[in-house]
Design a protein around this ligand. Structure first.
Ligand SMILES: Nc1ncnc2c1ncn2[C@@H]1O[C@H](COP(=O)(O)OP(=O)(O)O)[C@@H](O)[C@H]1O
Ligand SMILES: [Mg+2]
Length: 395
């Protein structure tokens, strides 16, 4: 492969392959399109969000080895926007000197929550106390160390809070294990955090590292609801968070953007919750509020271009639009004109064909003079939007 970072040949534009074609792939593809890079996505769902923006889609399972090899053959560099990608197929490509960014080994470490936490702890990154759970007896024993509540987590394929169960007392131990029906689980001490924060950090193959500002996140039912920037933390906590994020980056390999989720305790200690080796929901605000978006920064990292130093241009708030409870199926988004009346607001609808409870279907970002004004605007626009089951009458 020729150097991918020096020129863009219009007869054969540099091509980035993305495993996963969800909203993150769609927003990466948007930025790539602006600069006329080519994007090919691999996703099992025809009409997935990124399919409308990418140049091509390979329709196959994220783990399909043949499809991954085909994707590599069509592209100059591969990246992934979901942790479900096949890390061993990517490792095989890497061993043939094919650029996979971030490093497949990082994906392998992160794919299993227990492996991720163990790796970080072994490398002296501060994380909540945790343990592997193999039986009900194990969980009862660990509760003597952690006390209640404890956070039980499925080790694999868990995201958007779907893999979490709060064990409130010993009465919930067996229910928790039943909830995950035989899946490998781990348990963590419950952190009664004062705040949740995150930082997006990018690294390019040349080793340049640049961080976005600290964002403050509010979760509902373990799934991200709102992000505000700048985070309401003092200078000391901000520095601790930056240091912790950089420490995590120094032990995890590969180029790309990483979302680093952290807890801030009432005492002002900062613990790392988890790392996502990809653009992250809590970095969406950067599209409107920063001098560079997380998606362009990711592309720059993947293409070995110089990274920008992200600057926050304005306070902002982001609110997710999630699938309503109680039904699953096709839907209509109503209330667009009332949402659009709110100043400073940008609406994102990902284009997923069906809604499911708690599924991420879109988001709203608002900018404002203060983060509070931005949040009020984002909430107002969010309240104007209704997701109505197709065929059902709206209220
Ligand atoms: N040990 C913990 N103590 C307190 N809250 C937690 C703990 N672990 C997770 N949570 C809550 O659940 C949310 C989702 O958990 P996380 O481990 O980040 O899983 P996911 O992969 O679903 O994002 C966190 O953002 C936080 O609000
Ligand atoms: Mg998380």
């Amino acid at each position: 492969m020729s150097a991918i970072n020096e020129s863009l040949n219009m007869a054969r534009p540099t091509c980035v392959g993305i495993i996963g074609g969800g909203q993150l792939g769609k927003m990466i593809a948007h930025e790539a399109r602006r600069m006329s890079f080519k994007i090919v996505i691999l996703d099992p769902t025809v009409n997935c969000p990124a399919s409308k923006i990418a140049d091509e889609q390979i329709v196959a399972d994220f783990k399909d080895e043949n499809a991954i090899m085909k994707l590599a053959g069509e592209c100059d560099v591969l990246t992934y926007e979901i942790e479900l990608a096949n890390s061993s197929a990517l490792q095989q490509l890497e061993s043939q000197n094919y650029p996979v960014r971030p490093a497949p080994e990082t994906l392998r470490i992160i794919q299993t929550k227990f492996r991720q936490k163990s790796f970080l702890k072994d490398h002296k990154v501060v994380v909540p106390d945790f343990a592997l759970v193999n039986s009900e007896k194990d969980l009862h024993n660990i509760s003597q160390r952690f006390g209640f509540p404890m956070m039980l987590k499925a080790c694999e394929d868990s995201y958007d809070g779907r893999g979490n169960f709060l064990v409130k007392s010993r009465d919930y131990v067996s229910e928790g294990l039943r909830y995950f029906s035989g899946k490998q689980c781990m348990v963590e001490e419950f952190i009664p955090f004062a705040k949740e924060i995150s930082i997006m950090v990018a690294r390019n193959p040349s080793g340049q590292i640049e961080s976005f500002p600290v964002a403050e996140n509010t979760h509902k039912n373990s799934i991200l609801d709102t992000t505000i920037v700048p985070a309401r933390v003092g200078r000391k906590v901000e520095l601790k968070a930056k240091r912790l994020a950089e420490k995590a980056m120094s032990v995890l390999h590969g180029a790309g953007i990483f979302g680093i989720e952290m807890f801030v305790t009432k005492k002002g200690d900062v613990l790392l919750n988890e790392v996502a080796p990809r653009p992250h929901n809590s970095g969406h605000y950067s599209n409107e509020a920063c001098s560079i978006s997380q998606f362009e920064q990711h592309l720059r990292a993947v293409l070995d271009l110089p990274l920008a130093k992200p600057r926050l241009l304005t306070p902002a708030a982001m609110i997710n639009i999630l699938g309503p409870q109680g039904w699953e199926g096709s839907y209509t988004v109503e209330g667009l004109s009332n949402a659009a009346k709110v100043p400073g607001v940008k609406l994102y609808i990902y284009g997923k064909a069906t809604s499911k409870p708690q599924r991420k279907l879109g988001h709203i970002t608002a900018i404002g003079g203060t983060r509070e004004e931005a949040r009020t605007r984002a909430r107002k626009a969010r309240n104007a939007i209704r997701l109505v089951q197709s065929g059902a009458k709206s209220a």
